[in-house]
Write a protein that binds this ligand. Structure first.
Ligand code: ASP
Length: 326
């Protein structure tokens, strides 16, 4: 039987499945304090910058607003922030210099909307919501998603900031399509909220992997991969190496595990363990998961250390380190 020590040393020797240079996270000011559990409303989101998104979501939740509005408005704050180089405006481009955005949203009735490889629109999450509410479809991609956004009144704009352009130009000097593994440097924002009425919604938005192949889409806009919500059970959101989340449909798995009785924490850990086992125990990439159940109990875990999440619950909005498995 493998000991934990064997397992960890195998991790250290592991090879990378995929991935590219990834943008830097915001400063981590996390605490190790156990979050308050079981109080609603609440908003939980990935990474320390999620506190800003939670603040916005809380304005809606505290006023008795819906979880759906909260998760949309919350992540819009991050999409509009040019200093965040992995979400929305200011996001790092693909290897050809195009900023392409992926997002999805899910409500408490099981409705969902998604956009992938969307260019020139600052708020893909709001386009995803329009796809959900105003079309008979779940997902629009590329030029079709852009055409739809423009007909819905969204403004076309240049999302490539001078800072992101400079980083791309620097990368282009060598243009190495080669993974640079840093477990902390994955920055998609995924958010889950429960409103006063007890309804759950979720959102997920990203510019994806920096300097990715043109047309590459990760887990973030895929329902069941980057995000999944079932109002009877709970919700989950993912960040990290999208290819690995896609292969396991990790957020769908988390929700199904909770349905079978796992706590949010157990469900996150089991879903990550599935990824580790699929890779024969050799993982040196990062995946992080957050989850909440119907009772307002939260959980979070990651494969590698360095993942933290932001939780607004019981009047407190703070950053917490997630447990890591490796
Ligand atoms: N999950 C995102 C993707 O693969 C990236 C990330 O969260 O860092 O596109």
């Amino acid at each position: 039987m493998k000991t934990r020590r064997d397992f960890i040393s195998k991790m250290a020797l592991g090879t990378v499945a995929a991935g590219l240079s990834l943008p830097a996270c915001s400063e981590d000011t996390s605490t190790n304090q156990a979050p308050a559990q079981g109080k609603i409303p609440l908003a939980i989101s990935t990474w320390p910058f999620g506190t800003k998104a939670n603040d916005e979501a809380w304005k809606i939740l505290a006023g008795g607003g819906s979880a759906l509005d909260a998760v949309e408005q919350g992540v819009r704050v991050i999409e509009a922030d040019p200093s965040n180089q992995s979400v929305g405006y200011g996001g790092l481009p693909d290897r050809d210099g195009h900023v392409t955005l992926d997002a999805c949203i899910m409500d408490s009735n099981g409705n969902c909307g998604s956009v992938a490889a969307l260019e020139h629109i600052m708020h893909p999450i709001s386009v995803a919501r329009r796809v959900m509410e105003r079309t008979p479809h779940v997902m629009l991609v590329g030029e079709g998603a852009l055409d739809f956004a423009l007909t819905e009144g969204f403004q076309k704009q240049n999302l490539l900031t001078p800072e992101a352009k400079a980083r791309w130009e620097e990368w282009a000097k060598t243009a190495q399509y080669k993974p640079r593994v840093n477990a902390e440097l994955h920055d998609t924002i995924g958010m889950l909220a429960i409103d006063e009425a007890g309804n759950i919604a979720g959102s997920c938005t990203t510019s994806g992997m920096a300097f990715k192949m043109r047309g590459r889409v990760g887990d973030s806009p895929i329902i069941g991969a980057g995000l999944y919500v079932d109002n009877e059970v709970g919700g989950a959101a993912a960040t990290g190496l999208g290819e690995e989340v896609l292969k396991s449909l990790s957020t769908f798995l988390v929700v199904e595990l909770m349905r079978q009785g796992a706590s949010p924490q157990e469900a996150c850990e089991q879903a990550l363990d599935r990824i580790i086992q699929r890779n024969g125990g050799k993982v040196d990439f990062q995946v992080g998961l957050i989850a909440v159940n119907k009772a307002g109990v939260t959980g979070a875990a990651s494969i590698q250390g360095g993942f933290s999440f932001s939780l607004y619950q019981n009047g407190d909005n703070s950053v917490h380190k997630a447990k890591h498995l490796v």
